[in-house]
Design a protein around this ligand. Structure first.
Ligand code: ARG
Ligand code: GLU
Length: 720
């Protein structure tokens, strides 16, 4: 390399290496902790533009969508953008054989055609306030963990009540930094959310579970909704009279595109991370918990696959279940492999040695912190068997669909045996169970479940200590001599839960005394055995240890912050609004391989395979590609960019989050992470941790050119 060129590169190299990408930051602390760095990395706006309590700011355009995703407002008429996989439930509920919106996509051609979604809500953060001192008032170190929690709850309830009595808004108080800080989050929840548009699944889910968690990716993972309010602009339940919401702020959309090295930030609702665990906990998760759960899920997935591969009807029935099981199966594989690859446990151990040296460096420190690490060791070694028992209960016991279904009937038996029968409650419960029954059988194929049961029982039996097995194993051992297949035969032969007709007859003619028939049902008995195991064995033990761990974690967090007073710490994700920032950046997944940071339409054509469900390409899309009919949405390089990766630190819940450029304009929608980096919930590795986003220009291209819904684009603020 010529010397002059090398010198030109120095600032870039310096910039790239200076910044690690790690951290999920609190919006109200950005100015203090992050603004300078963000601006050094290229940001042209201020922290006050992102979060302000004095005027409208970016945060007024970000909402928590439903129960687990993020969405952003992209027009002055409350238009809302999120992922296809976040809107999936709503799209599915409006779909039928005649109107198969999942398969064909859906576009409301005017506001009258938008579809209401009872039960779906979005929540906006109005502002946040630190309330640590008030929440911890009268809390002291001599309290037990239970006393402490009770006091904290009492103080928090009082603060919330005081706030809510004079306000239209709601408030919640959440712990940060493992309970060393508390913030009150003030929110407004909108309840009339209508479906505006969704692409067909072979765009919105392109690549399916085969490509899930993977880069290079070509998924058009978006759907569009709209928020409605009452005439005065306040949240209201669905009504025909409602009007489109007029937000304080909506995101401008940039079609300038992004390039390697560009600054980006993600603003959304990450759900849960555990970045401050001791090495023994990371070891337990990645070397014991994950491998067991992976094996159990793998077993189910193989059986699903065997039955669905040549049976399209069953394939549809199991599509959603399969996606659910597969998602975290794959995530856990990536997570364990990632920790191993980055030598995460050794790194944590090295850090703990440093910590220990500091913690014994003075008698005062030693008294407070000297015993922390051994106490963690002992708590986690007690937790491990219980945690494994709990994993098997959920993944093996309740992995049997019949048993998981039967457990919903236990409330009926309780109601039926109560003193002073509540007829009304019973009949409500019957109605609920009938709906549940319809839903269950719609997507149930018992040959799969039988095979799953035989396989899961075997694994359950082989891998767990006797004291953590549910009671039905006594029958399996004694009466069936460990013949899981004939036990399964017996359960399925005798239970009414795999027979829709007899179950409906039973429910239709139900009288309280009939609860006895339930109690004699072998699938219901299996469910009861699991429940008893949980209530009497697993839960009591786990609760005690978890309380102990809460306390240890709180003290450990405090100690770490004390040990490194100049280090910037960020709190673990807790489903509150956060900012994370990084840059558009490719990566090396393995030796000799480099992944570019963006994909294009060409890649969709390369992946096309009409024989494989996940890789079907719409004719219309091929036509647009062949004619290069790209409108204003092509990149400078002449191609349509589909997805990109960047070093923003994201997790579950960040799905649907806006990816913004240095001017605070929308350039992408986050929807996944790269497999090699899924351990970032435990430890972030700047080499390979990347979030995957939809390029906003692909979204616009599909809406405008593919779906012919350009009138929606007219509603948006497009920046050239
Ligand atoms: N991995 C993404 C997330 O965790 C997408 C999940 C939905 N897609 C799927 N193929 N299962 O939510
Ligand atoms: N798909 C995830 C979600 O639904 C985001 C992926 C991740 O865990 O980062 O939130």
């Amino acid at each position: 390399m010529k010397k002059s060129l090398f010198f030109l590169l120095i600032p870039l190299l310096f910039r790239l290496s200076l910044f690690a990408g790690e951290g999920m930051w609190i919006p109200m602390l950005l100015q203090q902790l992050n603004e300078k760095e963000m601006q050094e990395m290229g940001m042209n706006i201020t922290a006050e533009d992102i979060y302000s309590i004095n005027h409208s700011s970016l945060k007024d355009a970000i909402v928590l969508f439903g129960r687990g995703c993020t969405a952003e407002i992209i027009s002055d008429q409350g238009l809302l953008l999120t992922n296809h996989h976040c809107g999936y439930g709503a799209i599915q509920r409006h779909s039928s054989i005649e109107h198969d919106y999942l398969t064909d996509g859906f576009w409301a051609m005017n506001k009258e055609e938008e579809l209401a979604n009872p039960g779906l809500s979005v929540t906006l953060m109005v502002r946040m306030e630190e309330v640590t001192a008030k929440v911890l008032e009268d809390v002291n170190d001599s309290m037990t963990e239970a006393e402490r929690s009770a006091k904290i709850k009492e103080n928090s309830d009082k603060l919330i009540e005081e706030f809510e009595k004079d306000s239209d808004y709601q408030a919640v108080i959440k712990p940060f930094f493992k309970g060393n800080a508390y913030y009150m989050i003030i929110t407004e929840t909108f309840k009339d959310i209508r479906l505006v548009g969704a692409p067909p699944s072979d765009i919105g889910k392109f690549g399916g579970d085969t490509d899930n968690w993977m880069w290079p990716r070509h998924t058009g993972d978006f759907s569009v909704f709209r928020i409605y309010t009452d005439k005065s602009g306040k949240p209201a339940e669905y009504s025909k009279e409602n009007i489109p919401y007029q937000p304080k702020y909506h995101l401008p959309i940039s079609i300038k595109g992004v390039d390697e090295g560009d600054f980006t930030f993600v603003f959304g609702y990450p759900a849960r991370t555990n970045e401050y665990l001791p090495s023994c906990a990371v070891k337990m998760i990645t070397e014991s918990g994950n491998p067991h759960k992976i094996k159990l899920r793998q077993t189910r997935l193989d059986i699903f696959n065997e039955h669905t591969v040549n049976n399209p009807g069953v394939r549809i029935q199991y599509a959603s279940k399969d996606a659910r099981v597969a998602n975290y199966w794959k995530k856990m594989i990536g997570e364990s492999a990632g920790i191993q690859r980055m030598r995460g446990i050794e790194k944590k151990e090295a850090y703990e040695n440093e910590f220990l040296a500091w913690a014994v460096s003075s008698p005062e420190l030693e008294e407070k912190y000297g015993g922390l690490l051994p106490a963690f060791q002992s708590a986690y070694s007690q937790l491990e068997p219980l945690s494994l028992a709990f994993d098997y209960l959920r993944e093996a016991g309740l992995g049997i669909e019949l048993v998981n279904f039967a457990r919903y009937f236990s409330h009926l038996t309780e109601l039926s045996q109560a003193n002073g029968l509540n007829e009304e409650a019973i009949s409500e419960e019957i109605t609920k169970l009938k709906n549940k029954t319809d839903g269950f059988f719609k997507d149930y194929y018992s040959p799969i479940d039988k095979e799953v049961m035989v396989a899961l029982l075997k694994l359950y039996d082989e891998n767990l200590a006797p004291e953590y097995k549910p009671a039905f194993f006594n029958t399996i051992h004694n009466k069936y001599k460990n013949d899981y297949a004939s036990y399964t035969q017996y359960v399925f032969g005798k239970s009414m839960f795999d027979n829709e007709q007899s179950l409906n007859e039973y429910l239709n003619a139900y009288q309280p005394k009939h609860y006895k028939k339930l109690e004699k049902d072998p699938a219901f008995q299996m469910a009861s055995d699991l429940k008893n195991l949980y209530v009497y064995r697993i839960q009591p033990g786990m609760n005690g240890i978890n309380r102990k761990l809460d306390s240890l974690q709180r003290i450990y967090m405090k100690a770490q912050m004390e040990m490194a007073p100049d280090k910037r710490f960020y709190p673990d994700a807790n489903f509150t609004l956060r900012v994370t920032y990084g840059m558009i950046d490719g990566y090396n997944p393995k030796d000799a391989v480099y992944y570019k940071p963006y994909t294009t339409l060409k890649g969709i054509m390369e992946k096309e395979d009409p024989a494989i469900y996940d890789y079907v390409v719409e004719d219309k899309l091929k036509e647009l590609y062949q004619n290069k009919d790209y409108g204003d949405y092509a990149d400078e390089d002449g191609s349509i960019h589909v997805c990109f990766v960047a070093s923003n630190h994201t997790t579950g819940g960040n799905s649907g989050s806006p990816v913004l450029n240095s001017d605070g304009e929308l350039v992408g929608v986050n929807f996944d992470r790269c497999w090699e980096g899924t351990m970032s919930d435990l430890m972030y590795d700047p080499q390979v941790c990347r979030n995957i986003s939809l390029d906003i220009r692909y979204f616009l291209f599909i809406v405008d050119k593919f779906a012919g819904a350009g009138y929606l684009v007219d509603e948006m603020d497009i920046v050239n």
